[in-house]
Design a protein around this ligand. Structure first.
Ligand code: TYD
Length: 241
C-alpha cells in the first residue's frame, strides 16, 4: 500500500518511539450505554477550543482494514470461533488502526481520542471471555507496543442504567454481539474495569457516568486538565489524513 512505512502485522508498531512532538493519546472505556461517544465528542470540542488538533477514532475500527474486521466481530460472525479468535481479530484490527490512523496522527502532533482501545480486549475477551492474561498481554505487546495511551478514562455506570439507555437508543435495530450478553456479564464487566483502574491508577481514571452529559463532561475535563495539562496553542497542526 502506497505511503505505508511498515508492512505486516505487527512489526513496526512495537518499535514506535515516542517523539517529543508527539500528541497525547486518550482512550475512553466503559460498559454498554456509558455515554462514551458523547464524551469523546465533547472532549474533542474542548481541546479544539484550545487550538489543539484532535483526531477522533474508535474501536473496533478507525481504519479501513479495522472497519472491515469490525463488521465480522459485531455481527457475531466470529462468536462461534470462540473468545481466543475474537481476541486475535480485535488485535488485528487494532494493529491496523494504530498503523494507519493513530500513530501517524500522534506523529503529526495531533491528540488522538479513541472510543475504546486495548482495555476493552483485556476486559471483554480477557476477564469475561476467560482468555488467559498471558495471551492478552502478548497480543497487547505485539500490537500496542510502546504506544500505550497517556490517559484512559473509564465511564463508570450501573449496567442497569447503561443497558436501559442502549435499549432506548436502539429502537427497532437488532442487538449487537456484546449487548446481547446476559445482565451478569455486564455486571462483571463493570467490576473488571474498576479492577483495571485500581491496578493502573497512573494511566487509568474513573469518572462517574451516572449524571447528565454536562456533569460527566465536567468530570472528564477535570481529569484531562489534571493529568495532561492541555494548554492553548497559537498554531494549528494541519490534519494530513
Ligand atoms: P460499539 O457498537 O462500538 O459500541 P460501544 O463501544 O458503544 O459499546 O461496540 C463495540 C463492542 O465491541 C462493545 O460491545 C465492546 C466490544 N469490544 C470487545 O469486546 N473487545 C475489544 O477489544 C473492543 C475494542 C470492543
Amino acid at each position: 500500500m502506497a505511503g505505508k512505512v511498515e508492512a505486516g502485522f505487527p512489526s513496526g508498531i512495537a518499535t514506535n518511539q515516542k517523539s517529543t512532538m508527539r500528541g497525547k493519546f486518550i482512550t475512553f472505556e466503559g460498559g454498554e450505554g456509558s455515554g462514551k461517544s458523547t464524551q469523546v465528542a465533547g472532549l474533542a470540542l474542548r481541546l479544539q477550543k484550545l487550538h489543539i488538533d484532535v483526531k477522533v477514532s474508535r474501536e473496533p475500527g478507525g481504519s479501513a482494514g479495522a472497519e472491515a474486521i469490525r463488521h465480522v466481530l459485531l455481527s457475531g460472525a466470529a462468536k462461534p470461533l470462540g473468545p481466543h479468535a475474537e481476541a486475535i481479530l480485535f488485535a488485528a484490527a487494532r494493529a491496523d488502526h494504530l498503523r494507519e490512523t493513530i500513530r501517524p496522527a500522534l506523529e503529526r502532533g495531533q491528540w488522538v481520542i479513541s472510543d475504546r482501545f486495548a482495555d476493552s480486549t483485556r476486559v471483554y475477551q480477557g476477564v469475561l471471555g476467560n482468555v488467559e492474561p498471558r495471551v492478552i498481554a502478548r497480543l497487547e505487546k505485539l500490537t500496542v507496543g510502546e504506544l500505550t495511551p497517556d490517559l484512559s478514562i473509564i465511564l463508570d455506570l450501573d449496567p442497569k442504567i447503561g443497558l436501559a439507555r442502549v435499549t432506548k437508543r436502539r429502537g427497532n435495530a437488532p442487538v449487537d454481539r456484546f449487548e446481547a450478553e446476559e445482565f451478569d456479564f455486564h455486571k462483571k464487566l463493570r467490576e473488571a474495569y474498576l479492577d483495571l483502574a485500581a491496578k493502573e491508577p497512573g494511566r487509568v481514571a474513573v469518572v462517574n457516568a451516572n449524571a447528565d452529559a454536562t456533569a460527566v463532561a465536567s468530570g472528564v475535563w477535570a481529569v484531562v486538565k489534571e493529568r495532561l495539562q492541555p494548554t492553548w496553542r497559537p498554531q494549528r497542526v494541519r490534519d494530513a489524513s
